[in-house]
Ligand binder design. Structure first.
Ligand code: UT7
Length: 328
C-alpha cells in the first residue's frame, strides 16, 4: 500500500492584530468574558483588499518552499474554505494563478471548520488513484468579511489566516494512517451564513437583516463538537492501530479552549498533549489545523516518527479526524 505523507508545511497570518481590548471598544463585551468563555485573547485580521486567496497563496508558497517543490510540479490544488473570494470561480483557481502552478487542476472543498481534513482525505485518494502526484492542500479563511461586527456573540470568536501542506507519496512508515469523516445535515440550521446562496439570494432585505454574516447557536454547537470530535478521534486511532498513549501531539480545530479541555477529559489525555494557538489566532475555521501544524513542526514540537491526531468539527454539521505518523 502506498504511503501518502506531508512533504512540507506553510502558513500565513495577516499583520493586523485585533485584541480583546479593541473589541471592548466595538461591542458590549470584556476581555474577562472572552478569555474565560473561549480562551481567545487576539486574532489576525486581513488588510483592506486582502482576499482569502491572497492569504492562501502566501501559505502555499511557504509550504512549497519547505517541501522543495516548484509550483509547476503541483498537479492538483484543493482549497478548504467557507469564505471564498467569490461564489465563482473557486478560490483554488485564484491561488493557482497567484503562485504560478499552471499544471494543476483546482477546486474548493466546503466543509466549514472540518474542511482541511476533508481536503486531506480527498487529496490522499486522488494520489492513491494515480490521478495526481503532488497536491497542495490549503485551508484559507477571511472570516472577517463574514463576521457581524455588531454581534458580540460571534464577532469575538473569528480571525483570518491560511495554512497549507504539500501532499505526496512518501517512503517508509511515515504518512497518513487513517482519516474518518462524518456529517449531519439535519443540524445545518445551527451554524450558517443564511443569505447569498440560491435559497436567499443577496438583496437589500437580506443585507438589512444581516443575513450575509455568520449565524451560530453557540451552545448547541459546543455540545455536538465535543462528542463528534472525541468519537471521530477514537475511531481514527483504532483504524490506524495507534493507542492514545502513543500519540505525541493532538492538533484540534481551535474554536474554544473549553471544547479542547472537554476533549482532553473525555479521551483521558493531558491538556499538554494538545497543540493550542487559539489564544493568538482565534477560530480560523478551515485554516485552523494547517496553521497549528506548521507552527508545531517549525517550533520543534513535532519530530520524525511522532504519532499525531487531528480532530475537527464545523458547520454542516461536519466533523473528522486523522491519525498519522510524522515524517517527510
Ligand atoms: O468552529 C466550529 C464551530 N464553532 C464552535 O465550536 C463554537 C462552539 N460554541 C462556543 O464556543 C460557545 O458556545 C460560545 C463561546 C460561542 C459562547 O459561550 P457560551 O458559554 O455558550 O455562552 P452563551 O452563548 O450561552 O452566552 C452566555 C451569556 C449570554 O447572556 P445571558 O443570556 O446569560 O444574559 C450572552 O448574551 O453571555 C452573553 N454573551 C456575551 N457577554 C459578553 C455572549 N457573547 C458575549 C460577549 N461578551 N462577547
Amino acid at each position: 500500500m502506498k504511503r501518502i505523507s506531508i512533504a512540507g508545511t506553510g502558513m500565513y497570518l495577516p499583520e493586523k492584530i485585533l485584541t480583546n481590548a479593541d473589541l471592548e471598544e466595538m461591542v458590549d463585551t470584556s476581555d474577562e468574558w472572552i478569555m474565560t468563555r473561549t480562551g481567545i485573547s487576539e486574532r489576525h485580521i486581513a488588510a483592506e483588499g486582502e482576499t482569502t486567496s491572497n492569504l492562501g497563496s502566501k501559505a502555499a508558497l511557504r509550504a512549497l518552499e519547505d517541501a522543495g517543490v516548484a509550483a509547476d510540479e503541483v498537479d492538483m490544488i484543493l482549497c478548504a474554505t467557507v469564505t471564498p473570494d467569490m461564489m465563482m470561480p473557486n478560490t483554488a483557481c485564484f491561488i493557482q494563478d497567484q503562485i504560478g502552478a499552471k499544471n494543476a487542476f483546482c477546486f474548493d472543498i466546503e466543509a466549514a471548520c472540518s474542511g482541511f481534513l476533508y481536503a486531506l482525505e480527498t487529496a490522499k485518494n486522488y494520489i492513491l488513484a494515480g490521478t495526481a502526484k503532488t497536491v497542495l492542500v490549503i485551508g484559507a479563511e477571511k472570516l472577517s468579511s463574514f463576521t457581524d461586527w455588531e454581534d458580540r456573540a460571534t464577532c469575538v470568536l473569528f480571525g483570518d489566516g491560511a495554512g497549507a501542506v504539500v501532499l505526496r507519496e512518501g517512503e517508509g512508515d511515515a504518512g497518513i494512517k487513517s482519516i474518518v469523516m462524518g456529517s449531519d445535515g439535519s443540524l445545518a440550521d445551527l451554524l450558517k451564513i443564511p443569505a447569498g446562496g440560491s435559497k436567499a439570494p443577496s438583496s437589500a432585505e437580506t443585507v438589512e437583516a444581516r443575513q450575509h454574516f455568520i449565524n451560530m447557536a453557540g451552545r448547541e454547537v459546543f455540545k455536538h463538537a465535543v462528542r463528534c470530535m472525541c468519537d471521530a478521534g477514537k475511531t481514527a486511532l483504532a483504524n490506524a492501530g495507534i493507542r492514545i498513549e502513543e500519540v505525541k501531539c493532538i492538533i484540534p480545530h481551535q474554536a474554544n479552549m473549553r471544547i479542547i479541555q472537554a476533549i482532553g477529559d473525555r479521551l483521558e489525555v493531558d491538556i499538554d498533549k494538545f497543540y493550542v494557538n487559539l489564544s493568538r489566532v482565534g477560530n480560523i475555521s478551515g485554516a485552523s489545523i494547517p496553521v497549528a501544524l506548521d507552527e508545531a513542526v517549525k517550533g520543534g514540537i513535532i519530530e520524525n516518527g511522532d504519532k499525531l491526531l487531528f480532530v475537527a468539527f464545523g458547520g454542516g454539521f461536519t466533523w473528522g479526524a486523522a491519525a498519522m505518523e510524522w515524517g517527510k
